[in-house]
Unconditional design. Sequence first.
Length: 183
Amino acid sequence: MPHPLGITIALVFILILGGTLFWMLRLPVAMTQEVARAVFSVHATRCIIVPILDLFYTERAVELACRMGKQQNAAIVLAYIVEVPRLVALESDLPPDIEDRARLALGHAKSIVERHGLKAMTTTLRAREASEGIGQIVHSYNGDFVVLGVQAVERHLPSIFTRTADALMRRPPCEVLIDSMPG
């Protein structure tokens, strides 16, 4: 007569062996070509551009960019773009308060990126239009993605970023994500 402990050990061994074989031999869920392309394109993101102003919604855009780029260990380029009027030369001296605002805004944004353990690069660029400046930065850093934070404001003139969002949607330099916060 077989011993009950031997029967128990044999049953446990058969269950473990059966579970292991089931795990090894089961086929993964089939993925359509469109889904595979979408997963690959997001996974291939290596450089995310975030235009910065010293406002809450641009810091929120930095947070979104960090969360998007975390798995890919993407570099985050923080760009403070100064729109220079057409009547003034692009190379002219900037008022000191603009440089101070840029430095402070980029410092806050960089601390958000560093908190996520990602590489942060900062730049200040002068351009006639913010969308042109974003295009230049995407080209110089080989950007894969732009994350733009805007705040919808009713019954007011459009801000620099709402005009920029409109221009980027018309002629995107790469993939663009616009985070529009309610007013």
